[in-house]
Ligand binder design. Structure first.
Ligand SMILES: *Cc1c(COP(=O)(O)O)cnc(C)c1O
Length: 384
């Protein structure tokens, strides 16, 4: 797989051409899917073509990792990426690359699977975590301990759309000798580039906007350079083998080709819906960073190209009223996940379970690519 002249190109060009990775054997413009689990060794014992065994590396995964590194890495040309079977596998690998006894600072509002990994898997393993409200950087400064090795940010956050200042987190991490990691799933590299803002690593659930069509589960870790920490991520990727299949990689790569066209449409639709909900008498609160009265609006405007396709809102009348709205929608699909072409709506507290801290009148919306008039008409009839 040859890597074309993608460095220093605009992200739109890199995405549309999937980093110009023309198949060297045939010239195929759309890449073939390499199902082979094993690769031929040279007579002298070398592997001059670069591949040995598919758990360790595979041409489709290689292509996807190159593309993700270019999209998140900006102009440095030094970023590297590792693809995983899910966003959760990518997240778990980053924590596992730390050592027992290390301390992590994580946001109080983050993907509930990330919080559960820290509490239920990594706490017994010996990783210490402090959950703080990262919208105030002083909370993070106060949580620093001598053994703090990582500040984990997620912005916009799930499901309250809290905005964390990435440059500030990177600065605090640097002065503490810790790494700054940003879960960039909700923004995607088209809206936000944490590595350019000083973060050391980016984590993705590629299941969401990158794949973009609700048909492939995956994840990735992108590092600003091939650091010692990233080499540990690679080691765990190889030894644990939580790797995506060649077809999963192919589908994700195919999704990314239109990311730059999909994201502005998601954002435009979400902005219109947020304004509609904001003015609706049966809506108690709307959480969308594009609204000028959102507490993270100014920070989001500085670090994001646009405000994203995710929002949540609280229904006047409490949990039953919120469940009623979710029951009455006709066009929105009642389902978890996000980032696909179809709009989804979800009562978040009940999917997160009994330890959820999400308000029980809250509905989370992944705004899709339908016409916004149709989406607004559906919400209008459901809200009554
Ligand atoms: C979905 C999601 C994850 C987990 O990814 P999976 O692919 O479902 O394992 C992690 N972080 C965020 C922000 C997510 O939305």
């Amino acid at each position: 797989m040859t890597l074309g002249p993608a460095i220093n190109m605009n992200p739109e060009t890199i995405a549309a051409q999937a980093a110009h990775q023309i198949d060297p054997a045939t010239g195929a413009v759309a890449p073939p899917i390499y199902l082979s689990t094993t690769f031929e060794r040279d007579p002298d014992g070398e592997y001059s073509r670069g591949f040995v065994y598919s758990r360790s590396d595979n041409p489709n995964r290689h292509a996807l990792e190159n593309l993700l590194a270019l999209l998140e890495g900006g102009d440095s040309g030094e970023a590297v990426a590792a693809a995983f079977a899910s966003g959760s596998a990518a997240t778990g690998t980053v924590f596992q690359a730390l050592a027992p006894g290390d301390h992590v600072i994580a946001p109080d509002d983050c993907y509930h699977g990330t919080a559960r990994l820290l509490r239920e898997v990594f706490a017994p393993w010996g990783l210490e975590t402090t959950f703080v409200d990262m919208t105030d950087a002083d909370n993070v400064r106060q949580a620093i301990r001598p053994n703090t090795r990582m500040i984990w940010a997620e912005t916009p956050s799930n499901p309250l759309l809290k905005i964390t200042n990435i440059a500030e987190m990177a600065e605090i991490a640097r002065s503490a000798g810790a790494l700054c990691v940003c879960d960039n799933t909700w923004a995607s590299p088209m809206l936000q580039r944490p590595l350019d803002l000083g973060a050391d690593l980016v984590v993705h659930s590629t299941t969401k906007y990158l794949g973009g069509h609700e048909d492939v589960t995956g994840g990735a870790v992108v590092s600003k350079a091939d650091t010692e920490f990233f080499r540990r991520v690679r080691l765990i990727q190889n030894l644990y083998g939580a790797v995506p299949s060649p077809f999963d990689c192919w589908l994700t790569l195919r999704g990314i080709r239109t990311l730059h066209v999909r994201m502005p449409a998601h954002c435009a639709n979400a902005g219109r819906i947020a304004r509609f909900l904001h003015d609706h008498p049966n809506v108690a609160a709307v959480h969308y960073p594009g609204l000028p009265d959102h507490p993270g609006h100014d920070t989001a405007a500085r670090q994001m190209a646009d405000f994203g396709g995710m929002l949540s809102f609280q229904v006047a009348g409490g949990k039953d009223a919120a469940m009623g709205v979710a029951a009455n929608v006709r066009l929105f699909v009642r389902a978890t996940s996000l980032g696909g072409t179809q709009s989804l709506i979800e009562h978040r507290a009940s999917i997160e379970g009994p330890d959820s801290t999400t308000p029980d009148d809250l509905l989370r919306v992944s705004v899709g690519l339908e016409h916004s008039d149709d989406l607004i008409a559906d919400l209008a009839q459901a809200l009554g």
